[in-house]
Write a new protein. Structure first.
Length: 180
């Protein structure tokens, strides 16, 4: 399953990509800390290599390549009720449930999207790829992650409320994008 445009292509990650993926996450942690978001991944060294390896085995880990080199990575999955953290939303509601009823609980989820800083547009391309797969996406980010919030709003995501993850006690802003 690969998607390609003039600059980027996306493919499933493989175990041989783990070293490069972890380098990208290290860069992302530093970037987030330098841009006012030290808590989201930096406090725990998130994500751990073990989780990345599990995601690869489950075929939910993807890499974004430019000119044959890995420049970004993310997690993508699709199905009904696939993200336990999304079962309870505070201070709002998922737009897909309002729009589609119970079938609005079948959605794609993107997590841990990161680039290595070498090229621009990785986040936009990866989110567009994920939306092409299902036309109903959910994603969350830390309140301090202003860069991601700006990207999500620019890409047509709606802010829906707050969710909580198991990794820490900080709330996450929940976003959703639906379309036909």
């Amino acid at each position: 399953m690969g998607t390609k445009d003039s600059n980027f292509s996306i493919r499933h990650s493989s175990q041989k990509d783990v070293g490069r993926i972890m380098e990208i996450y290290e860069y992302a942690r530093k970037f987030m800390a330098e841009n006012g978001n030290p808590r989201q991944w930096g406090m725990t060294g998130w994500p751990p290599e073990k989780l990345i390896r599990q995601d690869i085995e489950a075929q939910h880990s993807y890499v974004c390549e430019a000119d044959g080199r890995i420049v970004g990575t993310f997690y993508y999955n699709y199905g009904p009720h696939i993200e336990p953290s999304y079962e309870r939303i505070c201070g709002g509601a998922w737009t897909g449930v309002k729009k589609y009823g119970e079938s609005g609980n079948t959605y794609g989820v993107v997590h841990r999207i990161a680039g290595d800083g070498s090229v621009k547009g990785i986040g936009t391309f990866c989110l567009a790829w994920a939306f092409e797969q299902c036309h109903h996406l959910r994603i969350d980010t830390h309140p301090d992650n202003r860069v991601m919030q700006k990207l999500l709003l620019k890409q047509g995501f709606e802010r829906c409320g707050y969710i909580y993850v198991m990794e820490d006690r900080d709330p996450r802003i929940a976003f959703e994008k639906t379309g036909d």
